[in-house]
Design a binder for this molecule. Sequence first.
Ligand code: NDP
Ligand code: ZN
Length: 363
Amino acid sequence: MIKAIGYAAKHSYSRLKPFEFERDEAKANEIEIAVLFCGVCHSDIHQVKNEWSNTVYPCLPGHEIVGHVTTVGSGVTRHAVGDLVGVGCMIDSCRTCEPCRTGDENYCEGPNSWLATYNGPMVPKAKAEDGKNHYGRDNTFGGYSNVVVVPEDFALKIPVGLDPATAAPILCAGVTTYSPMKHWGVQAGDKVGIVGFGGLGDMAAKIAKALGADVTVFTRTKEKLAEAERLGVTGVLEDDTKTLAKLKASFDFILSTIPEKHDVNPFVKLLKRDRTLTVVGALEQMAGVDNSQVAFHRRSVAGSLIGNLADTQEILDFCAKHGIGPDIQVIAIETINDAYKQVIDGDVRFRYVIDMRTLKRAD
Ligand code: NDP
Ligand code: ZN
């Protein structure tokens, strides 16, 4: 067993605190990674606070992980000791269902779905056959720790030229916004709207711009209009009804990253005929869609979940090639609870990334 340390929450109402635990040694197809950096996704906060009603405690979050390979199993061929690699939201899937066989592991239809990097399995315990995941534990522990062990094919290669701290958020925020843009065919010249200008919004705006789109971000925060200008995209306040009226039926694709229930109808109206608004932010029951706005223009309202492994590698490589990445603030693990508060208040610009080397064994 590997003695590991991290930061975990014991209950939905508790702060993250130092936590010691054990991980299994790498099996033949697995690699052990010394974690350098881990991004702080709003999903970590939803999960720690049990806002999706499926959290198993202790909860040790973190699914935007970058580190060096320190050990490889006997059958490993993709990675070598010393390689810089990344791990996103998944560390395994059933590998046999139709989505897994066709490279959409993130839509795995196996009995436990894909295995989440932390708090796996992502199904209520009562529904899992034995209440355990593939590893025989109640839940997985994520990247707010010094070491992770994962199957080699669920570790991505961090391309040369990408700074390791900057690369971390691409593993979730990057692929979660890239995957729907790819799926719905965003291309150069398209007009793309991004709703909610936080960690995902920042990545989405940069990726869409690098794809050649004409990008508008919709924000409720006046100060972020200047941030939009700095990125070379248009910023519009969500309650600026005059501007929204002018933008009616002009967008080819809109992505909503707002982290809670919200009214999509003001944004549906902005879509051209036959175009799609995809919600990635709120993974919960949403208020009704005005179907007259949808039907009259044959528009669609859709959802999308993270991205598959191939798309994750693709967006890492794309970011390296185009010299783009998230705006990050590197923090020490001791400040994680303050960082959560800032994210909840919408004060982060735009992603906190924890320097895991600040994690010390309590002795
Ligand atoms: P952030 O908190 O970094 O950004 C969200 C942004 O949305 C905020 O900065 C703010 O931007 C805006 N916002 C926040 N609250 C509200 C509100 N009540 N009404 C309107 N706007 C609001 O979060 P992330 O970008 O990390 O994550 C966004 C969401 O996406 C989370 O819910 C996360 O769980 C989810 N997610 C979903 C995934 C998927 O696979 N579908 C994968 C990863 C994350 P502004 O100031 O511009 O208004
Ligand atoms: Zn995430």
